[in-house]
Design a protein around this ligand. Structure first.
Ligand code: SUO
Ligand code: CP
Length: 316
């Protein structure tokens, strides 16, 4: 693994999950990152990604530098050939090259604008770092994907599934704000790599990018999709078709105990942060089927597995 910017960077998912689960058992410091520095740039807020990735790096012996790049850094220009006579003070060419001298791995969080689909799909911030950094780059949630979350989700399913091939349902839920498709995109991509029956359910108008769902069934009847589910991943996203729009806030899609009753006593997952009683009802989040805390706990070990792979690879 050279970079970790999308699920495509995983050579063998099963091995990587195994590694993360082994690291969880050890939960102890290693030497592989000694003398190496992780630099993390956040263009958006974070609790889990920021702290679990920092913890993961430290467990590997790395030094960590974190910057709220949106607030504390110079406004960055990403366009090639731009005449920088407006509000952007620094070009990604210099920023990435300079950071590459301070860091052995650069990790970046940059959400989409949710206005211009083409622009978001170009993932300019992450792609800019990938292009101009001379060290490995890790995606901490970009405009289109959240692969560290997805690896965590895959690890959590692997820990909790029984002998039989599980039915995994990704269901849309309402939310007052327009949210990215990054988390559901990466969840679909990672589940497609696993031995599970995956179904996506969402209201009409909320179908994810068909280039991502591919032949995964997309059902507009939530109750039908939830039938016999062993895992339900609840998540809001804004419309992909009417890009970035909120088309519905219908509470009929909120995940409550009645919905849980339609499943095969499913484990309930969410990446967090979650809006209680809008996305998922208290009774579910506080009930025994919720695994969201275990899921968030696994973030450390998924990140550790990825950073370890990158460090080992860059030693060669
Ligand atoms: N990193 C995990 C989720 C981040 C983001 N959620 C949010 O922005 C929720 C914020 C709110 O509830 O206002 C998302 O859905 O991609
Ligand atoms: N799940 C997740 O990425 O959480 P944060 O946004 O708090 O990092």
């Amino acid at each position: 693994m050279k970079n970790y910017t999308s699920l495509e960077d995983i050579e063998n998912l099963e091995e990587l999950i195994f590694e993360a689960r082994e690291l969880k058992k050890q939960n102890s410091a290693a030497e592989v990152g000694k003398g190496k520095t992780l630099g993390m740039l956040f263009f958006n807020p974070s609790l889990r990604t920021r702290l679990s990735t920092e913890k993961a790096a430290k467990l590997l012996g790395m030094e960590v530098m974190v910057m709220n790049a949106d607030k504390d850094g110079w406004a960055l220009e990403f366009e090639d050939g731009a005449v920088m006579n407006s509000n952007k003070a620094e070009h990604i060419k210099e920023a990435a090259a300079v950071l590459s001298q301070y860091c052995d791995i650069i990790a970046v969080r940059a959400f989409p604008g949710l206005v211009d689909r083409e622009k978001d799909e170009a993932d300019v911030v992450l792609a800019g770092f990938e292009k101009y950094a001379t060290v490995p780059v890790v995606n901490l949630e970009s405009a289109t994907g959240h692969p560290l979350q997805a690896l965590t989700d895959a690890m959590t399913v692997s820990e909790l599934k029984g002998e039989k091939k599980p039915k995994v349902v990704l269901t849309w839920a309402p939310h007052p704000r327009a949210l990215p498709q990054a988390v559901p995109n990466s969840f679909v991509e990672v589940m497609q790599k696993m031995d599970v029956d995956l179904v996506v359910t969402n209201p009409e108008g909320y179908d994810l990018n068909p280039a991502i769902t591919k032949d995964t069934p997309v059902v507009h009847e939530q109750a039908e999709a939830l039938k016999d589910a062993d895992f339900v991943y609840v998540k809001n996203w804004s419309s992909y078709e009417q890009y970035g729009k909120i088309l519905s806030e219908d509470p009929v899609w909120t995940f409550d105990n009645k919905k849980l009753g339609l499943t095969n006593a499913a484990k309930i997952m969410h990446c967090l942060p979650v809006r209680r009683n809008v996305v998922i009802a208290d009774e579910v989040l506080d009930g025994k089927n919720s695994v969201v805390i275990q899921q968030a706990g696994n973030r450390t070990f998924a990140a550790q597995a990825v950073l370890k792979r990158i460090l080992e690879n860059s030693k060669k």
